[in-house]
Design a protein around this ligand. Structure first.
Ligand code: FAD
Length: 394
């Protein structure tokens, strides 16, 4: 464990089972051996490593027997394991963990929480084995933070089918998905509903957003919907209010706090690698006191974040999904990430702004983590509402 997670100074990983540690070591080895040499080029060129999804499918992280050793009767891998899995991938690259997160988190849970029994039986096994790929289409060009009340994409039932019109923005991986859970307002009831859309359907137009300065590896997309016809059997039967959508978002907000934590670890690693190589004034810059203070701050931020994430995972394992705890973890871990990557970027000097050095990638990607799954301000408003009893969402 010390070899796999030397930065976990408060020993949160100690509670992982031997099988889980073995799995995480395999995952880390795969990332390092197969993708280390090309990851910065993928980031610079905005390309996805083609085999990544197949490789993740082969690891079979939902049903790998290693994950169930000592957990007889459990149906899913432990939450603490899921935190360390996200952490381990994010420590390597934040786009890859985001791409996986929209598939196995938001997208998968849209089917799991929103689907009927038949829809769950039809889609979940194929999503878990990666035979089908998915994403999550909620945000719109004019509605991000206020999407709950602001959805403009419409669904009209004509007695036989649903007709969908509107537009979505930022949707991660829609262009490489087989099935897209997409949310629209039912014009007759005014309530949001969920629909399963396929990219090749008539009236669906998807294009990739160019020139992002963060998460360049993941394709984020615009989707336009022009009189798209959806059968009732492709309506997610258990999405009938924004509360139903919020339940999905909620389950993955914790996941983003895990990703932020892993990204902090990646930034620390990249910075440590640099300071032990780089010489100025005749010796490695790691030997200077002012550098060591910043490294210590990065390690301190990370220790906080690992402990907060691990405790959130333990709560979720016990079925305690707490809105304030989740928003606090997302808000604070993303904030600390932003602080840590800035310190790492500073320590790496001019080279720290070049794509060929890992720190530049973590520095840029932190900006997306700061914004998605509830911006800093929106999570602060969730916490503020609980503290004061006053909702300041206006
Ligand atoms: P806005 O809502 O326009 O906010 C702008 C600023 O105003 C922010 O600082 C915000 O905090 C602040 N603000 C807004 N309201 C208030 C208020 N009441 N009080 C104080 N401050 C306020 N969405 C999907 O559906 N699927 C995806 O796969 C997906 N992937 C994404 C990937 C990336 C890289 C990014 C950047 C976004 C992604 N999103 C996705 C969308 C994401 O969830 C939104 O960007 C986010 O909700 C913020 O919305 P916005 O960008 O429209 O910002």
């Amino acid at each position: 464990l010390k070899e796999l997670y030397p930065e976990d100074i408060l020993n949160n990983a100690k509670e992982l089972t031997d099988g889980e540690v073995k799995f995480l070591k395999q995952l880390d080895d795969l990332l390092e051996s197969k993708y280390r040499d090309s990851i910065n080029d993928h980031w610079a060129n905005a390309t996805v490593p083609e085999e990544f999804f197949d490789d993740m499918g082969k690891l079979n992280y939902f049903r790998n027997p290693l994950l169930f050793e000592g957990r007889e009767g459990a149906k899913t891998p432990s939450q603490l394991f899921q935190f360390f899995m996200s952490y381990t991938i994010a420590r390597f690259d934040v786009s890859l963990v985001t791409l996986l997160g929209v598939h196995q988190g938001l997208g998968h849970n849209a089917f799991l929480f929103g689907g009927s029994k038949e829809q769950i039986a039809k889609y979940i096994p194929k999503l878990q084995s990666h035979e089908l790929r998915t994403c999550f289409a909620l945000t719109e060009p004019d509605h991000g933070s206020d999407v709950a009340g602001g959805l403009e994409t419409t669904a009209k039932f004509d007695g036989e089918n649903w007709i969908i019109n509107g537009a979505k923005k930022w949707i991660g991986g829609a262009n490489v998905s087989d099935v897209i859970p997409l949310f629209a307002v039912d014009v007759d009831t005014g309530k949001p509903k969920g629909f399963i859309i396929r990219p090749e359907q008539d009236g669906v137009d998807i294009d990739v957003i160019e020139n992002k300065i963060a998460l360049r590896i993941i394709p984020n997309t615009n989707i336009r919907l022009d009189n798209v016809i959806v059968k009732e059997e492709d309506r997610l039967q258990n999405i009938n209010s924004f509360k139903d959508i919020a339940k999905i978002l909620y389950s993955t907000r914790a996941g983003v706090s895990y990703m932020a934590t892993g990204a902090m670890a990646g930034a620390l690693r990249a910075t440590l690698d640099y300071v032990t190589q780089r010489k100025q004034f005749g010796k490695e810059i790691s030997k200077y006191q002012l550098i060591q203070e910043k490294l210590a701050m990065m390690q301190g931020n990370l220790a906080h974040a690992i402990s907060m994430s691990a405790q959130l995972a333990r709560m979720q394992e016990n079925g305690e999904y707490d809105e304030v705890a989740t928003s606090t973890a997302k808000m604070m871990n993303a904030l600390r990430l932003r602080e840590s990557v800035a310190m790492g970027r500073g320590i790496t000097g001019g080279n720290g702004i070049l794509a060929e050095y890992d720190i530049a990638r973590f520095f840029s990607d932190a900006e997306a983590v700061y914004t998605y799954e509830g911006t800093h301000e929106i999570n602060a408003l969730v916490i503020g509402r609980a503290l004061t009893g006053d909702s300041a969402f206006i």
